[in-house]
Design a binder for this molecule. Structure first.
Ligand SMILES: [Zn+2]
Length: 175
């Protein structure tokens, strides 16, 4: 049995950039600690990156949220300096949930493996991918560490944790 950690969208624009927040900055040490623990335990670590192009404002996401972010090739798109994705797979994704991520997980997962997610934002990309994982791998344990996630607001963060809990995602370090 091995453990697979998915680090969702820990990119400059979501931490200190155009969509950054104190809540996102606050989880950085805990996420770093978790990644270090997985490295020590020889777990597998997969990073995702929200990835947009010049046409962002014309996309559906851009119409709902007209704040440019995570444009491919910019500083904002990069994983934050505090985290080191060396040796890990990086999946760029144009949408909240990623079927490319699911394809990648299918290639590396074995029976009885466990998956954990952390990162940003709990109420958008973490919940999207957690629920797709439950659909793709119904016999796999999926865990989310509440202390290693942050939402757009505290209220929507808690709502996402509750939604995931109802869908049988293991929520750890929640209240
Ligand atoms: Zn985006």
């Amino acid at each position: 049995m091995k453990k697979i950690l998915i680090v969702v969208d820990m990119q400059n624009d979501f931490v200190t950039g155009s969509l950054g927040s104190p809540q996102a900055q606050a989880i950085v040490p805990a996420v770093k600690e978790k990644i270090d623990a997985y490295r020590k335990a020889r777990g597998m670590i997969v990073f995702t990156r929200d990835t947009h192009q010049d046409n962002y404002l014309d996309t559906q996401e851009g119409k709902f949220l007209p704040v440019e972010h995570c444009k491919e090739g910019t500083e904002g798109h990069k994983i934050i300096d505090e985290l080191d994705p060396a040796g890990c797979a990086i999946i760029d994704k144009p949408a909240f949930g990623s079927l490319t991520l699911m394809d990648h997980i299918r290639e590396i997962i074995d029976k009885n493996d466990e998956i954990e997610l952390c990162g940003l934002c709990s109420d958008i990309c973490v919940v999207s991918n957690a629920l797709i994982l439950k659909a793709q791998f119904p016999e796999t344990s999926v865990t989310v560490d509440a202390k290693c996630c942050a939402g757009v607001t505290e209220e929507s963060h808690k709502a996402a944790l509750l939604t995931m809990k109802m869908c049988q995602v293991n929520i750890i370090n929640g209240e």
